[in-house]
Ligand binder design. Sequence first.
Ligand SMILES: Cc1ncc(COP(=O)(O)O)c(C=O)c1O
Length: 476
Amino acid sequence: MPEPTPIYTALQQYAGKNFLRLHMPGHAGKGIKQQELCRLATLDLTEIPGLDDLHLPTGVIKESQELLARAFGAGKSYFLVNGATSGIHALFLALNKEGNKVLLPRNAHRSFYGGLVLSGAVPVYLPVQVESELGIALAVTAEDVTRLLLSNPDINNVFISSPSYYGTGCDIAAIAGITSSHNKLLLVDEAHGAHFAFSQRCPRTALGSGADGVVNGLHKTLPVLNQGACLHLSARLAGDLRIEKTLSLLTTTSPSYPILASIELARQFMEENGESLLEKSWQLSREYRQKINAIAGLSCCEQELQAVTGVTGLDPLKMLVSVRGSALNGYQLAALLREGYGIQVELEDTNFVLAMFSVFHDRNDWEKFYQALQVIAATYPGRGRTWPKVELPPLPPMLLTPRQAFMASSLKVPLKDALNRVAAEMIAVYPPGIPCLLPGELINQEMLDYIIYLGKSGARIQGPRDPSLQHINVID
Ligand SMILES: Cc1ncc(COP(=O)(O)O)c(C=O)c1O
């Protein structure tokens, strides 16, 4: 019978032997004076005999990665100690040469941009389907993947995100069928879907749907310390030397063993308990969706998300509560939940709050959330105002690749002087969070007019160093 938690067991064994620690880290297992941190430090070890080497694993780390691959149905899996970000960076850098085209959604997480900068790849953007009432970007479609692969046969690989932050999945099986028939790799940022592998009640995993490389942000939805994540490769890509070399290049030589052990323990825990716990969570989710829907002014979005083209499946643990029928906006509701009830949600926006439940939230927690919503809604009756929708302009021409723009020097100019300059920073309006301008893109007359309009609109902007949009950074 193989050891189910080889890393954790080796750490415990070492700590139990009470060695005089004449090695890194400098706290020597006892030097952190705050008790709760010091307890963690006893297992905060380094690559001493018996603890293997993350960069060339042959012992407990190798065994544990094999167990991880088995649990997720991967050809090969790798631990990541710098979040999903590092896996996304590694896939971009390993699988693209400077100038290669990559098909990706324009609203992808900023780590995609980092991957483009590191690799020098050239983005071709997939349109993102938006749920029009809430204004949130949810999915890319198989039809758009086909169309863009046909019109850009030199695309090197396709890198998409699924599930979205809001819990909606894309039709990965259909997209994988297309990428495979075009002989391209399909890579998926499944940062928010690590728990999908453990229950039929969740959307099918990207790997199980035919993706070639998948990144899970394990710390986001499983009992894993922050930064704990993993990269899975299908049998087709398993052991790809370019990926192993790149992972090593981008990974610290002092990986955190507590993070590694927490990944391993979470994997074991979910293998043993995940299915039954997710079943309970799914039932609670069904029950409380109905209850929340019965509260005047609030609704727990489900059908409207599933109705968006390209969306297949919904994470039962993401509760997206629309406030569009309420007197409150999402920011006000989130503040009332925080200040009046000690409840902190994951995300708040004009039209909604997003509450993230996990298998560790029991009926009391769901009930507490529901009761708070009920009291708040009764205290603030009536309909609020409808919020104007922000339209996006057409994509501007890209004059420099993300890498070229990142490497170039930039300067800050008054917005009115930015006509026909090349942007050195991103501008994105939330919602929908799809950038209208990215570094390397031309600020033409249409874009300049749009940015001036944004500056006056009071819309929530992310990206520019001057959020009032009086000035903008451009390439020098
Ligand atoms: C969709 C998505 N992908 C990737 C990441 C990066 O994950 P990490 O913070 O683990 O690096 C995030 C982080 O929020 C994310 O939301």
